[in-house]
Structures are given as C-alpha cells and as structure tokens.
Design a protein around this ligand. Structure first.
Ligand code: B12
Ligand code: SF4
Length: 458
C-alpha cells in the first residue's frame, strides 16, 4: 500500500522566493504534522512525504498511490484543493486533515473523500484500516490526543533540504487570545509530552538546529514550568548538541533558573507575542498575560537575552484601537523593549477564532470569496476592514513600521549591541538582513494585493 502525504504550497509565501533571496532558506520549515502522521502509520504502508514548498513534484511521473493525505493551514487551502482534485480524478481516495479541515469542515468535505478533524493520533490507524477494507468514512474526529500516544515523528522521511529540524513537546494553550487558533484547535488544557519521548525524538533529528514548534513552550502554571525545567535538565544531561528556537509567552522571563536551564538545553531564541504596545490593545485581543501589573517588558527581554537567547518580538497592526501612526508606535515599542527582531502582522480573522466570529458578525471580512481568497489569509495582507485604517492606510503603517525598525543604521546599532554583549551577533544580523531584504518584495506583494482587492470590490 502506497501513501503520499502532501504539504501544499502557497505561492504567495513559499520558498519560490528563495530565488530572490537566499536568506529564505532559513524560512522554510518542515511540515511536522505529516511526519507525525507517518509515525502513526503501520509498516505495511510505503510512505512518501512531499513538501511543495521545496518544489512541486511531477505527480504524473510518480507511481499511483493507494491513498493521499493532505494537510493545510487556511492559507494553503486553495492549493490543497487543486492537489486533491488531481488525485481524485485518478480515482485515488484523498483525505484532508489539520487546522483548516477542522475549522471549515463543510468546505473541505466537498473537496476531499474524507476529512479528519482535530488531532490524528486517536483515529489515523482506524482510517487506514477502513481504506484497506474499502469503507472510508466521510468524516473522522480524532479529538485531542493524550501526549503519551504521540508517536516519534518520522524525521528520516524529510532528511534534507531544510536548515532546521522540527519537534513538538507540548500542545494546547489556556490563554485563548481572540485572534489565535491554538486554543480552539488544540484546546485550553496544556499537555506536555513525556520527557523520555522528547529526548529520544531529539536524538533522532539530524539537523543541528531545530524549531520546537510549541505555541507556548513553558505554559502558565507552576506545575507546567516545573515540567519544562525537568525537560530542559534531561535535554542538557543527554548532551544533545542541538541549538533550538521556540515560542513562549513573556512569563518565560520570570524565572532565572528556567532561563538558565533552557539555555543549557540549547535554547538560542524565542518568539514572543507582544501583540500591541498599548494596554487597551492587549485588552481588546484578550492577551491577559501581558497585562499583568508591573510587567516591565524591557527588563523581561533583557533577562532572557542575558542567557544568550535572542528575542523575536511579534506585534499586530489593525486592532480596533489602532489609528494613523500605529506603525511608528510599534517600531518604537519594539526598540524600547530591546527585541533582536521584529515580526509585525496584520490582524487577520482566521476561521474558528473569536476574532472571526466578531468580524464576520460585523460584516468586516473584506476578502470573503472563499475558498479563492484564503490564499491571502497569511497574516501578511490586510484582508479585513479595519476600524480607523483604510486599505492604503494600514499598508502604509506596516511599511513605515518595517522601514523604521529595519533601517540600516538601526540594524547596525543592534548588531554592535550584540557584539558588545557577546550575544550571537551573527545570527541576529542575518535575521535582520533577511527581513530587510524582503521589504522590497513586500512592497510588490502589497501592490498586487491592492489591485486584486480593488478588482474584487468593483
Ligand atoms: C510550525 C508552524 C508554522 C511553520 C510551518 C511549518 C510547516 N510547514 O508545517 C511556519 C513558521 C512556516 C508557519 C507559517 C505560517 N503559519 Co503557522 N504554525 C505553526 C505551529 C506553531 C505548529 C504547527 C505544527 O507543526 N504542529 C505540530 C503538528 C504535529 O500538529 P498539527 O499540525 O496540528 O497536526 C496534527 C493535526 O492537525 C492532524 N493533521 C494535520 N494535518 C493532517 C493531515 C491529514 C491527512 C490528517 C489525517 C491529519 C492531519 O494530525 C496531526 C497530529 O495530530 C501552528 C500552531 C499549532 N499548534 O498547530 C501554527 C499555525 C498552524 N500557523 C498559523 C498561521 C496563521 C501561519 C501563517 C499563515 C502565518 C504566519 N505568518 O505565521 C503561515 C502560513 C504559511 C503557509 N505556507 O501558508 C495558524 C494557522 C491558522 C489557520 N487557520 O490556518 C496556526 C494554528 C497558529 C495560530 N496562532 O493560529 N507556521
Ligand atoms: S497567541 Fe499565544 S498565548 Fe495567545 S492563545 Fe495563541 S498560543 Fe496562547
């Protein structure tokens, strides 16, 4: 039995751009979902994982599979449907799963033979049995997995072409920010994998550098943090010789022992969601953790950096409170907090989130011809109607923010600061230059987007 597992490209954000900037090699990440699915698949299946972000394979020249499994974030849905249609025309059953299939089940059911909602661990082996017996069902719900049932991902199946390996150590987030899909999809219960499983899986990764894909690396409660410390201790003891980056909330900065252990375990960077420079903005999106009284963001960032861990700060533009000038305001806040890199995104209503419900009920989805328009739901295009900012206005704010933070003098100043403090100056500089080199591409993408959006509305 032959199984193809496919990660569809989104031409708007994929590695296609590598030709234009070699730094982009560092922006393509392994589709871990498919590697985990492969880990759940019994040995009688011959598995190939195809990541279209590395180039679309010539499916025609390949042997006919018995089953195709496709994953998709919302922004990949269109391409996923093209691939599904291609294999269905050949009579090959197609199953889709992942975040988009879960949140837009009706749309996906029309375009695939079968849909798996939520996490696959509880249902994938059963589905494969059903395929063998010719009784594939239309819908399966995997529910939320117990973490000791999460298999080792098959790292051997995607062994080359990427700068980073990938691993997941936790799922779920109790914080339920309005714009984020994680609580809606993976649940509010924070689940941590057994430590020996994580260490063993780390050992099976070939790459020296690894993305720990967790949304919230350490959790929120004392018992979560105690578990995270134990994991970091075990990783350090296993002498993995890996360097890794992950995502964490700002409470990561609050425990010196945790930071020291993370650094010892190989942590070299964290992506932290600051989201908005103003408390009203944080209240609007429900980012409760950042509103804790007395939080000094600059001091928190410094504490993390003192352990030789770089901080990438993420902000959102387009909140209801955001007005003209927000771009400069965000760039200023990021500078003041002292982050090494800044990642700014447009507020985007993703299906299944509280923000989606709100904007949809207020009739504020500007691009809503689905599935066609999903390709712009990358958080890098302003797809909604924003309260105080027009389409041109919000794009100008984004450009002014990026130009301000990524001006050459500011990049050099940050690099010198890192040399002075002996904090990975090269990596930080490369990150900044990579981002800067894409600003020109972004301007082109915004121009195309505006004409697409204008045509749509005329
Ligand atoms: C790592 C990651 C990335 C990596 C992607 C790596 C990759 N190629 O997969 C990078 C950094 C590139 C990335 C980019 C983006 N991401 Co992202 N990302 C994640 C993150 C943090 C982890 C994903 C992961 O690997 N999880 C681990 C695996 C094991 O879990 P899983 O993917 O859920 O898979 C399980 C099930 O879903 C299911 N399943 C999945 N696929 C399939 C397929 C079949 C056939 C079956 C049966 C089952 C199944 O089985 C798996 C095992 O249980 C998630 C958050 C999250 N918790 O999922 C956000 C997340 C998926 N990203 C999100 C977004 C918005 C984006 C971007 C659009 C925007 C951005 N700027 O970040 C871009 C889009 C890129 C594109 N190509 O279009 C949103 C997606 C929401 C949505 N509705 O689409 C999420 C949920 C984060 C959020 N805050 O809301 N991302
Ligand atoms: S944005 Fe971060 S903190 Fe908020 S719900 Fe999503 S994962 Fe949790």
């Amino acid at each position: 039995m032959r199984l193809y597992l496919i990660n569809p490209s989104n031409p708007l954000v994929s590695i296609v751009n590598v030709k234009e900037s070699r730094w982009n090699r560092y922006r393509v990440w392994k589709p871990l979902s498919l590697m985990v699915l492969a880990g759940l698949t019994p040995p009688e299946w011959e598995i190939s994982i195809m990541d279209e972000n590395l180039g679309v394979p010539d499916y025609l020249a390949m042997p006919r599979p018995d089953l195709v499994g496709i994953t998709a974030f919302t922004s990949q849905a269109n391409r996923a449907y093209e691939v599904a249609a291609y294999f269905r025309r050949l009579g090959v059953p197609v199953v889709m799963g992942g975040i988009h299939a879960t949140m837009c089940i009706d749309e996906v059911t029309e375009r695939a033979d079968s849909v798996v909602t939520r996490e696959a661990e509880g249902i994938w082996p059963q589905l494969l049995q059903d395929v063998r017996h010719g009784c594939l069902k239309r819908v399966y719900d995997g529910g939320l997995a117990e973490m000791n049932n999460v298999p080792m991902a098959r790292h051997d199946l995607l062994a080359s072409g990427y700068a980073f390996g990938a691993i997941q150590t936790t799922r779920g987030c109790p914080l339920n920010c309005s714009f984020c899909s994680v609580t809606a999809f993976n649940g509010a219960r924070y689940r941590q994998r057994p430590i020996p499983d994580v260490v063993r899986e780390f050992q099976s990764i070939r790459e020296k550098r690894v993305l720990v894909v967790d949304d919230n690396l350490i959790g929120t409660r004392p018992e979560h943090i105690a578990h995270a410390k134990d994991l970091f201790r075990a990783m350090a003891q296993a002498n993995l010789r890996k360097e890794w980056v992950s995502q964490a909330t700002i409470n990561f900065a609050d425990d010196e022992e945790l930071l020291a252990l993370a650094a010892k375990a190989g942590c070299r960077g964290v992506f932290v969601g600051f989201e908005s420079p103003s408390p009203e903005g944080l209240r609007e999106i429900g980012k409760k953790l950042n509103l804790v009284k007395g939080r000094d963001f600059r001091a928190s960032v410094r504490r993390i950096q003192r352990h030789n861990i770089l901080v990438v700060g993420s902000f959102i533009i387009g909140l209801d409170i955001d007005e003209r000038g927000v771009g400069k305001h965000v760039a200023e806040a990021a500078r003041q907090y002292g982050v090494d890199n800044l990642n700014v995104l447009f507020l985007t209503p993703l299906p299944g989130t509280r923000l989606w419900d709100k904007m949809k009920s207020e009739d504020r989805l500007a691009l809503d011809a689905f599935p066609e328009d999903w390709k712009y739901y990358t958080l890098t295009f302003p797809v909604a109607q924003y309260k105080h900012l027009s389409l041109d206005g919000i794009i100008e704010e984004m450009i002014s923010c990026d130009q301000d933070f990524y001006s050459m003098p500011r990049i050099l100043r940050r690099a010198l600061g890192n040399v002075w403090h002996r904090r990975q100056p090269l990596i930080s500089l490369v990150g900044n230059l990579s981002y800067r080199s894409n600003l020109r591409l972004n301007a082109k993408a915004y121009a195309n987007f505006k004409s697409y959006s204008d045509n749509r509305h005329h």
